[in-house]
Design a protein around this ligand. Structure first.
Ligand SMILES: [Ca+2]
Ligand SMILES: [Ca+2]
Length: 171
């Protein structure tokens, strides 16, 4: 019984796992990473480029998988590759100021996705805020009654039409 209690305490004390990140290689597209949020987590993800790759910080906890843990909330991914994100359920935020993200899905919930280089952003269910870059983005709100796609001088140049623009890499 003592052992069972200890096990339960250890399990409860373990830091929340906010998601998993996996590296893969494709003959056509080369190296890439994919981040999948753990169900039940509200992810707050920030991406920044570092010399050899990028750092992913998630205030919900550092993801496990193919990158190296740097702190309780951050991992370092050593290959300079595109990143695909599935933020999953919950009201999530994602900010990428360095052009690492190629494709991001907010998943269910009221999500906020923001990029500064050409990317594909999909809000999915919920009232999402999708902020594209000055470059060609492909932005899809998904279902939701109060989706917002804020526009500014730079956004107007990027998305002059009501219909989403295609990301060059999307063909
Ligand atoms: Ca979400
Ligand atoms: Ca939506």
């Amino acid at each position: 019984m003592k052992r069972l209690t200890l096990l339960l305490v250890l399990l409860l004390a373990a830091p929340a796992q906010a998601g998993t990140i996996k590296a893969s290689w494709d003959p056509k597209f080369g190296d890439s990473y994919s981040f999948d949020a753990t169900p039940g987590q509200r992810n707050a993800i920030a991406i920044e480029r570092v010399r050899t790759g990028f750092r992913l910080t998630d205030s919900a906890g550092a993801p496990t998988g193919d990158c190296v843990a740097e702190s309780a909330a951050a991992v370092l991914c050593s290959i300079p590759a595109d990143l695909y994100v599935q933020a999953g359920d919950g009201d999530d935020t994602l900010v990428d100021r360095d052009g690492v993200i190629d494709d991001a899905h907010g998943g269910p919930g009221d999500d906020r996705l923001e990029v500064t280089a050409g990317a594909r952003l999909t809000g999915d269910d919920g009232d999402d805020t999708l902020i594209g870059s000055p470059h060609k983005d492909r932005i899809e709100d998904g279902a939701g009654r109060r989706d917002r796609r804020p526009t500014g001088p730079r956004r107007l140049r990027a998305c002059p039409a009501q219909r989403p623009l295609r990301h060059p890499a999307a063909g």
